[in-house]
Structure formats: C-alpha cells, structure tokens
Write a new protein. Sequence first.
Length: 288
Amino acid sequence: MNTASVPPPPRRLLLTGAAGALGSMLRPRLRVHCEVLRVSDLGGLGEAAPGEEVQAAPLQDRAAMAALLQGVDAVVHLGGVSVEKPWELVRPANIDGLFNLYEGARLAGTRRVVFASSNHAIGAYPQSERLDDRVPTRPDGYYGLSKVFGEQTAQLYWDRYGIETVSLRIGSCFPVPRDHRMLTTWLSYDDLERLVLASLRAPQVGHTIVYGVSNNSRRWWDDAPARRIGYQPLDSADDHTAAVQAAQPVPGPDEAVARYQGGAFMEMGPFEPMESPPAPNNNERGAA
Ligand code: NAI
Ligand code: 15L
C-alpha cells in the first residue's frame, strides 16, 4: 500500500484557510508553485487571481468538502479554529471538518496533505523538556486535542489509503516574536513558506510529524525531522531578542506562559457548555 515516490509539482493545489492570517500570506507565494491554486475558506476570499480558483466551503459540510477536493493533487490545510475555544466551536471545524477533508481527499485521489497542526498538541509539556517527534502527545486544551485528532487522522489515511501527510507542529507564526515565549517558538513567515514547500516536495513522507520553528537558539524542539524533509530555516528569533526584552516584561516563573510549552492556553477554560454554538466566524487569533 505504501508506495509513495517523489511527487511531481501539484497540478491543482488546494489552500484552505486562505482568508486567514497565514493563508492570505501564503496565497500569492504558493500560486507560483502549481498550475492552479484553489483557495477556500468560509468567505472573504476576494476575486480569483490568474491561476486561481475560489471556492468557499465550510469544513463541516461533507458534500461541500467532497466537491472542494475534486481534481486536487495536494492540499495545504490551514482552515479551522486556530486558538483555544469551547468544544462546541472547535469540533465542527477541526474534528468533523478534518475528517471531511481526508474523506474528500480519499475520494478524489489526492496524494498529499500538509496539515497545520500546532505546538498545542504537545503544549502541556513543561518548558524544561526537549521534545522530538516521537514523544506522546500532551494537548493543553480542546484546540490542542483537535490537532492530535488531526495528526492521528493523517496517520490512519496513510496506513489505510496511502495518502501522505506532513503534520507541521507550528510554534508561533507571526511577523515578529511578540513575547519572551516566542523567542523560543517563533516561526517567521518566510520560514513557514520554506517549510510548506519542503513538505510538498519531499519524497516518501508517509505520515511525518515535524516542528515548525525558525532557527531560534532557544528552541525546545528537535529540528532533525524537518531538516530530513529538506527544510532549512534562514531566520531566527535571536535577532529580535533585544526588541522583545525592551518591550515586554519578563513573566514570573509561576505564570503559565513561562511554565508550559503551549503557554497561556494551558489556563484557558473550562468553558460553559454552549447550547447553540454560533457559526464559526469569531475565530479571532491570540498569542499563547
Ligand atoms: P486564522 O484563524 O487566521 O485562519 C484560519 C482560517 O480558517 C480563517 O480564515 C477562518 O475563516 C477559517 N475557518 C475557520 N473555521 C472554518 C470552517 N468551519 N470552515 C472553513 N474555514 C474555516 O489562523 P492562522 O493563524 O492563519 O493559522 C492557520 C492554521 O495554522 C490554523 O489551522 C492554525 O491552527 C495553525 N497554526 C497557526 C499558528 C500561528 O502561529 N499562526 C501556530 C500553530 C498552528
Ligand atoms: C497556535 O496554534 C495559534 O494558532 C497561534 O495563534 C498562536 O497562539 C500559537 O499557537 C502559539 O502557540 O504561539
């Protein structure tokens, strides 16, 4: 079953979450690496640029997702709830939606997925530990739990159906590090682009988990798996240390942001159960 080989450049590449922070940044950068870039989100995608197809689809809508995957060779999956939220908001996009994405990929014969997992899949580990890609997951909340589900779904679809995935446990991908924790976890926009392209181009990835982080000297995570798929980070949070130290107070040692790898997510919730969850359009982003 597992007969992967060097993938040709995708003819049609699907980018989900294309209206989000990382999606809108990657959209023009990925367009030049495929014949057709299909972009999707709940909305807010604007007009199709040359070489693009625009197709809005709620992740939790099975039929819409099956249609979205039609004719797609490879996917960069960024769509979904991207911060800690009540379970009733996380589940439709990140659990049902993730399943729908892989089912659509199976039905369409899609070869490879690049899945935006998160450091919050291992966010409950203390910052004193150094982690590789084989440590047991320790999510720090419902959002992190949904990323563990995503990684396990990726493994299932490789073992059963030969769909390859690179799961990117992204640290903190922002234009610059925002706080002291991000001097460790930061991933620059340019390095994210490098990591995504390496994930699309690497031969024989099966299901590979890598940490998405720049070349920060303080990093907690083993960068060997990412380098094995050809990722070479060129940026470093070290260059921003002085600016962060000047602008941000050092957190106390008992604060979650200084104790856990996932930072403040570890102390969010529990939330009151929601009887009728609103549509998932209040997906505001936040630093951990
Ligand atoms: P974002 O919140 O800006 O973008 C996510 C996009 O997904 C939004 O445009 C939203 O409309 C869309 N979306 C949400 N629910 C949806 C649904 N039910 N159906 C269809 N689309 C839906 O997040 P950002 O920062 O761009 O992150 C992209 C991905 O990377 C996310 O999966 C996030 O979990 C992951 N990630 C991001 C990190 C970062 O530092 N920015 C760190 C770790 C992981
Ligand atoms: C994430 O997974 C979030 O999507 C992002 O907004 C940040 O909070 C990041 O993790 C982080 O841990 O800094």
